[in-house]
Ligand binder design. Structure first.
Ligand SMILES: Cc1cc2nc3c(=O)[nH]c(=O)nc-3n(C[C@H](O)[C@H](O)[C@H](O)COP(=O)(O)O)c2cc1C
Length: 258
């Protein structure tokens, strides 16, 4: 068993690592990055079961995740795959979006799990919650993960969240239809505030897409953003935004755990 995840603010990383470690203390997990794709593909080829986790984006799986699945379509045949998504509020079929694609490439989808976690979008006042509220959200998610791990271990019972026809309709009509334009390609909406940026390169180092580069002390972007918010979360000067215009307060999983 292995875990593969895309995680901007650490939510999906935490959830998948917690679940797979409860199921198998030797299970390893890998962050999805373009640089490490070959290693990840080999790990998948050598494992019978893959737990795949990612953040819901506009009720869809991030473009990078969908592209990874498609680019490596030959590795999924007969693979047992459990799809997990973390979300701020509503996902509909956040797991189903990757699961349907994986099924097309003959994967055996063993389950789906959608967990509410703190919202990663930190450049919008609308989605802001207090540290205490986010702490409670994580506690609830942790308890669910523990219960689910118990069910899987003791009863071989996997949750099927987000995989049904009705979940598909909820995701489609709830959001995806109206926001599909935001997730049907990589985004070119990443903005670097030149007055705040000090050219430290932390963003470039953290981007799973190699979408940012430090050139002569300045950060340039290549319009291949998968909107994970990792650079935005890790910028020490709060100089980067994507959906909104200004960072209200950076979100990071570690901030909410005691
Ligand atoms: C671009 C973007 C779009 C998002 N869209 C949704 C959404 O449609 N529904 C939802 O509940 N949460 C949404 N979120 C919130 C994230 O899915 C959520 O915070 C997730 O747990 C972040 O996980 P991560 O830290 O592993 O990246 C969105 C976040 C981003 C950055």
């Amino acid at each position: 068993m292995i875990g593969i995840y895309l995680s901007g603010t650490g939510n999906s990383k935490h959830c998948i690592e917690k679940l797979i470690s409860l199921l198998d203390e030797n299970a390893k997990s890998f962050a999805l990055t373009l640089n490490d794709e070959e290693t990840i593909v080999n790990e998948i080829k050598n494992s019978d079961t893959v737990f795949l986790a990612y953040p819901t984006q506009f009720s869809n799986a991030p473009y990078m995740v969908r592209e990874f699945i498609k680019r490596n379509k030959d590795i999924w045949k007969d693979k047992k795959v459990f799809c997990m998504t973390t979300m701020g509020l509503f996902s509909g079929d956040g797991t189903g979006c990757a699961a349907r694609l994986l099924k097309k490439y003959k994967a055996n989808i063993i389950g789906g799990l959608m967990l509410k976690m703190p919202d990663a979008v930190c450049d919008s006042k609308l989605l802001k919650k207090s540290v205490e509220e986010n702490r409670v959200i994580i506690e609830v998610a942790d308890k669910r993960i523990e219960d689910i791990a118990k069910d899987i271990k003791e009863k071989n019972k996997y949750p099927k969240e987000g995989l049904s026809f009705f979940a598909h309709l909820a995701g489609l009509f709830g959001q995806r239809l109206w926001f599909y334009g935001k997730t049907n390609k990589y985004s070119n909406k990443l903005k670097i505030n030149p007055d705040k940026c000090v050219g430290c390169g932390a963003c470039a180092g953290s981007c799973p897409m190699n979408n940012l580069k430090l050139v002569e002390g300045h950060i340039v972007t290549f319009d291949k953003c998968t909107m994970c918010y990792k650079c935005i979360t890790n910028c020490p000067k709060q100089a980067i935004t994507c959906i909104g215009k200004e960072v209200v307060e950076q979100c990071k999983y570690e901030k909410y755990v005691k």
